[in-house]
Design a protein around this ligand. Structure first.
Ligand code: WT7
Length: 665
């Protein structure tokens, strides 16, 4: 064991370098990167923690502001305002700013369709399209502050739509195009969106998916929507059309002027609402505002990906998730980078589609999810081996802890041992990356997201808010506000306060509330953070966040179901998998076809990602005396592990109920 004294003599880096399984950044990489050594990073971090406002104040100066801010932060816990009094515009910063210099004719976006159709938009061209779209929105009656729902596939128009909204100050509400009509409708209604932007179709695994049909269905119960703007790619015959409501994107854009000044918006003007699952049945509309979000998105993209003008940056996330917002669209464009975007499925037409695109387009930075890596891993090394991946210089991971085995595979087979891997921890709520290595500075330990970034005061604490000792598990909290933090849950500030700022406070009677992430974590002897996963009723399936309650309410809305409980179980591919326990109504026949039907029904009600991986019928659900479902017990059963005693079958749950209820109460 290292004693306090012996550790003092060595710097942290020596310890890390000695340690087996730690990967220092390659020397050539460090030499060419912005922060090229661990000691330099530590200095920046320490300085930033003494005065985070000063740190972020400096970062904010890299953006364009119509009017400078008076005050960096106004913190009235739990409500924060950043860059108070400043005026700026997300779209202006992402596009206009690059038009006066050498980036004017640089590719902003390189896109490939699943059918290998290709499009390239330079900054000038993207700007033109965005201005036209922004004017089209105005012509359709959209004003600053009006919410616009975006239900679109991964096509350039999705980026154009997002930026057009930002340009005129209309908060966008992107809904993942895999969500069902009822999930879409719920989100549109909660945001009271006035307009929906969608497309006739997109390609997925060689088939045509038709989001416009889903929008039509969703709007039957979402009366706030007045217009639907449809990107007609012409891949769907006879797209349904409601005269007076539906508007053709290309038609209105061709008539719209390409001159559209960016609105001068308050730093705290809402930029977007993005729904995510919480621990109740109702999704939360996470609200992000302009100035602070942009500052952190820009900073993290620049430093975590050490982005250079020569890079081709590919974040594989869908624009329907926060990763798509911050690292497909805003972060890279704020840095004047070239983004790569792909429409379709990762394994289509063959399991080497990703590697093929990396080779053909010479992609240099790849940012993807552990679940994707594990899926590739299963198919073997031969698929990436067919390709020249020498253009890659950096790899990223996000969405869930990356298991060391997948890390090694990624490092060896994709990074060919040359590329650092940044394991980035963050959330929809945090807006941008919070805990991550800097690729030229931080030695990596597979499975750990390493250290909080400069300006971020993350800590692992106990219930009383006290940091736990190294090696011990605790609550992952953020102790001080950060610029990209969510500002509220749309329309529900009470839930915002309750959900994020009521569980853990600074020690002492009048301790300020800490932001509680919902994750458990531990720190190792070098202060590295190891994320242990959610400690609430939230599941993480393939990096997608699902609420057990939301799936339960979908299950009980099926006519045959009386009661349902959903838990997560470990899964080798998806990280966690949805495991459902269902009690049927009297007279229902518990057979395989009903199982399938109920599963499909969940897929239709929420999204195919929410479909239970296993569904079991049980005559009883184990409950405590107060009527709470004993989830711990169900989790153990779902995982196939031994339940206390030797009772492992569901049939025994009724008997078990009595046995266990005392201790769970
Ligand atoms: C939850 C947030 C923000 C990106 C996409 C997911 C888990 C995310 C990591 C990581 C371990 C991670 C956490 C977090 N998570 N990244 N690198 N290591 N866990 O966004 O849907 O808001 O989910 O994903 O549990 O709380 P999200």
């Amino acid at each position: 064991m290292t004693t306090k004294n012996s550790r003092k003599k060595e710097s942290g880096i020596d310890v890390l370098l000695r340690e087996k399984g730690s990967y220092p950044p390659p020397k050539e990489f460090s030499r060419a990167s912005r922060v090229g050594s661990f000691s330099e990073l530590k200095k920046i971090r320490q300085g930033s923690l003494l005065n985070p406002e000063k740190f972020w104040n400096l970062a904010a100066q890299e953006l364009f502001w119509f009017k400078p801010w008076r005050k960096t932060l106004e913190w009235k816990p739990p409500f924060a305002k950043w860059f108070v009094g400043g005026k700026t515009n997300a779209c202006y910063n992402a596009l206009d700013r690059h038009l006066t210099g050498f980036r004017r004719h640089k590719a902003a976006l390189i896109w490939e369709g699943e059918n290998k159709e290709k499009r390239v938009l330079t900054y000038l061209q993207l700007h033109r399209e965005v201005c036209r779209a922004a004017n089209a929105l105005k012509n359709l009656g959209i004003q600053s502050g009006d919410r616009v729902a975006i239900y679109m596939p991964m096509i350039p128009e999705a980026v154009i739509a997002i930026l057009a909204c930002a340009r005129i100050g209309a908060p966008h509400n992107v809904v993942f195009a895999g969500f069902s009509a009822s999930a879409l409708s719920e989100r549109i209604q909660d945001a009271q969106a006035k307009l929906v932007i969608t497309a006739d179709g997109f390609f997925r695994k060689g088939l045509i998916v038709k989001p416009k049909d889903v929008v039509d269905e969703a709007l039957k119960s979402a009366p706030s929507v007045q217009k639907v703007l449809v990107v007609n790619r012409g891949i769907v015959e006879n797209t349904s059309w409601i005269e007076g409501r539906d508007v053709d994107w290309f038609e209105v854009l061709s008539e719209a002027s390409e001159n559209c000044p960016a609105a001068k918006l308050d730093s705290e003007h809402p930029l977007f609402i993005l729904y995510t699952s919480g621990s109740t049945g109702k999704p939360k509309g996470i609200l992000h505002t302009t100035g602070g979000y942009l500052v952190q998105a820009a900073w993290t993209t620049k430093y975590v990906f050490d982005l250079k003008d020569e890079d081709l940056f590919w974040c594989t996330a869908d624009i329907g998730w926060v990763t798509g917002h911050s690292y497909v669209v805003y972060g890279p464009l704020l840095n004047g980078a070239t983004i790569f975007m792909y429409e379709g499925a990762p394994m289509h037409p063959a399991p080497d589609r990703f590697w093929d695109m990396i080779e053909r387009h010479k992609i240099s930075v790849l940012y993807t999810a552990p679940t994707a890596i594990r899926a590739f891993m299963r198919l073997g090394e031969s698929w990436p081996q067919k390709h020249d991946l020498s253009s890659l210089r950096l790899l990223g991971s996000v969405g869930e802890p990356i298991n060391p085995e997948a890390w090694q595979w990624y490092h060896k087979n994709i990074g060919r041992g040359r590329c650092p891997i940044v394991d980035t921890w963050w959330q929809t709520e945090t807006g941008s990356i919070m805990i991550s290595p800097l690729p030229g500075a931080t030695p990596s330990k597979p499975g750990s997201a390493s250290l909080p970034l400069p300006g971020i005061d993350a800590e692992v604490v106990d219930r009383e808010g006290k940091p736990v000792s190294l090696g011990t598990g605790g609550y992952l909290v953020i102790r001080k506000p950060w610029p990209g933090m969510l500002r509220t849950i749309y329309g529900n500030p009470a839930r915002y306060k309750e959900q994020y700022f009521s569980q853990v406070r600074a020690p002492g009677k009048k301790g300020i509330p800490y932001y509680f992430t919902g994750d458990g974590a531990r720190k190792d002897k070098d202060g590295y953070f190891w994320i242990l996963g959610r400690i609430d009723d939230v599941l993480n399936v393939s990096g997608h966040r699902l609420s057990t309650m939301e799936i339960e309410s979908a299950l009980v809305s099926h006519p045959a179901v009386a009661e349902a409980a959903v838990v997560g179980r470990p899964d080798n591919l998806t990280g966690q998998a949805v495991s459902a326990f269902v009690t049927l109504k009297e007279g229902q026949n518990p057979d395989e076809s009903l199982k399938r039907e109920i599963s499909e029904y969940v897929g239709r009600t929420i999204s195919p990602i929410a479909k239970p991986a296993d569904l079991r019928f049980t005559p009883l659900l184990p409950k405590t005396r107060s009527g709470k479902i004993m989830r711990r017990l169900l989790r153990e059963i779902a995982a196939g592990g031994a339940v206390k005693g030797d009772i492992t079958t569901l049939e025994d749950l009724g008997a078990l109920e009595k046995l266990q209820s005392r201790e769970e109460d």
